[in-house]
Design a protein around this ligand. Structure first.
Ligand SMILES: *Cc1c(COP(=O)(O)O)cnc(C)c1O
Length: 377
């Protein structure tokens, strides 16, 4: 079998030693041995989140942590502001609606991210808003939001800023404490280079205080329980033991590399991808494109669905297609997770082979050359 290569914005490729560590015999979780691993992972998570506050590990995909932020911070009828600029912003909207919150939706076009001025206006118009829900990297469109600018508006007020950083954390700079973000949510299968199955959430004191008075119903995702047990390096329920063992290993690798170098690696590889696709005459979809996911417009005359399918089934390279209204109109490529320069070159070569097969005319080799040139800078 030829090795499939994932260049998708999650799930991402997992290093082989991390994969192998999940095949060890299952450890019981109520033991000093597991608690030591849990404690080490919890400490290193703080480093990746750039916070001094505890980071909770939940057994769920990223959406579980999104939902837990809503139900642990809010009470029925609370007014909240949520940004909808893509598939994941839409998820905030649907979550707030599911719990009957008094929702103020900031709807923006998918080809850009929300501007701090737009949040500022919503805050002025809604002085009684309790929280702002936003997204660091909108994975459906490739845009990276100016979270630092938004946090400046909320950090000294009572409004709680909640950031969905599922696809952005450990990829693009996010300084939770320095920027004054109240709640950050993430998941295992993106920048953390792990299998899916774990979600993470950190809260500062302001958010934990709000949690005390929240009355929305909750049980499995009651974070008060999770914060309490985390002090003793354990979880209220049986954790995803094997993925936590893997997490501990992946975090050690990230820490050894250094968070700034992790950001720099993603930037360098993403630059090479951008240079490569531009050299083929392709254009980027998002005006605020970042280093988490690069959304590329499918050129006219090319079938976007066929593009992704051919790359995957004939060349074993998986890109992501467009979601919702962008179906067939873009493809998404990402250097998130355990992706190296070889993968990027292979990615560009695959884009060229598939485009040629689908009748797009360009100078062969130009994309690969531009990517290689960018990588050697
Ligand atoms: C992947 C992702 C999520 C979480 O999705 P799950 O499928 O629940 O893990 C949430 N937000 C963003 C921005 C994502 O990229």
């Amino acid at each position: 079998m030829r090795k499939p290569v994932l260049l998708t914005p999650g799930p991402t490729q997992v290093p082989e030693e991390v994969l192998a560590s999940a095949s060890l015999p299952i450890m019981h979780h109520r033991t000093p041995q597991f608690e030591a691993i849990f404690g080490e992972a919890a400490e290193n998570l703080k480093y990746i989140f750039q916070t001094e506050n505890p980071v909770i590990m939940l057994t769920s995909s990223g959406t579980g942590a999104l939902e837990s932020s809503v139900i642990n911070l809010c009470s029925p009828g609370d007014k909240v502001i949520a940004v909808n600029g893509g598939k994941f912003g839409e998820r905030w909207i649907e979550l707030c609606q599911a719990y009957n919150l008094d929702l103020v939706e900031i709807k923006i076009p998918w080809h850009r991210t929300v501007k701090p001025e737009e949040i500022e206006k919503a805050l002025q118009d809604n002085p009684d808003a309790k929280a702002v829900f936003t997204t660091l990297s909108e994975t459906s469109s490739g845009g990276v939001t100016d979270i630092e600018g938004i946090a400046k508006l909320t950090r000294s007020s009572s409004v709680i800023l909640v950031v969905d950083a599922v696809s952005g954390l450990g990829v693009t700079p996010l300084y939770t404490d320095k920027w004054g973000i109240d709640v950050v949510v993430s998941g295992s299968q993106k920048g953390f280079m792990l299998p899916p199955g774990l979600a993470f959430i950190t809260m500062n004191e302001k958010a934990r205080k709000a949690m005390e008075t929240s009355t929305l119903p909750k049980y499995y995702f009651d974070l008060k329980k999770a914060f309490k047990t985390a002090e003793k390096n354990t979880t209220p329920w049986t954790p995803a033991i094997s993925i936590i063992v893997q997490l501990n290993m992946a975090l050690q690798m990230m820490k050894e590399e250094g968070i700034e170098n992790v950001y720099a690696r993603h930037h360098k590889l993403s630059e090479a991808i951008r240079e490569g696709v531009k050299a083929l005459g392709l254009t980027l979809y998002n005006e605020d494109t970042g280093d988490c996911c690069i959304a590329v417009n499918i050129p006219e005359g090319v079938d976007g669905g066929k593009f992704v399918k051919l790359a995957r089934d004939k060349y074993q390279v998986t890109f992501a297609g467009g979601q919702g209204s962008l179906k067939g109109k873009i493809f998404r490529i990402s250097a998130m997770g355990n992706v190296g320069p070889n993968d990027v070159i292979l990615g560009l070569a695959t884009i060229e082979r598939v485009l040629a097969e689908l009748g797009y005319s360009f100078e062969k080799g130009k994309g690969v050359a531009a990517a290689m040139c960018s990588l050697s800078k």
